[in-house]
Design a binder for this molecule. Sequence first.
Ligand code: SAM
Length: 219
Amino acid sequence: MKSELSLPRKELVARLESYGIIRSPSVKKAMETVPREEFLPEEFQSRAYLDQPLPIGEGQTISAPHMVAIISEKLDLKKGMNVLEIGTGFGYNAAIVAEIIGEEGHLYSIERISSLAEVAKKNLKLTGYDKRVTVIVGDGTKGLPAHAPFSRIYVTAGAPDIPESLKNQLEIGGKLIIPVGSSNYNQELIIIDKIGENKFKSKNLGGVAFVPLIGEYGW
Ligand code: SAM
């Protein structure tokens, strides 16, 4: 079930495009296609197209649309990719990535809080992305060796360091995006390119504020 392109969604996408945040046709189409209201608790659905993070319970948040757009653009996603997300939340970012990688691709998404993962599964089914996304309850800091290597890995919670497990599960030519910082809600968004076996190039994309990544190789 994909909803009609509503005016508020269209306006938000146009604004993000005018700021230079949305640049590619594939990210634009995904942001125009996925209904963010379906990934929010009922009481916040009327705020779906304000560009802000919103609470989803358990002290967690759905990321702001501009952050989802930045991550999606920087990942340079292509149809058919095998992708890993750490931190499913209610599944919005997962749906955007699933829309871009298409039916030929697959997204594995790990969430440590089972009640959130259950809602994400329901939301992804309702919006028709459940065949392209597998939601798994667990500690995403360990990655998902059974389905590695991944073309892309992205983490939507802030880590103290970049887990080696995630770097190892990236294919050569792959990209990893992760917020890294010394304290909660104060991180730098880092992008890593795997350029060879145990060879990485990293770049700082700027300051961000994510909930903490909690796990064996997190906080
Ligand atoms: N991707 C989400 C979206 O579309 O809005 C963002 C969700 S929120 C900013 C980050 C999520 O990461 C939270 O739901 C939190 O429970 C989860 N998380 C934190 N540490 C984790 C870990 N080690 N493994 C899996 N999920 C984790």
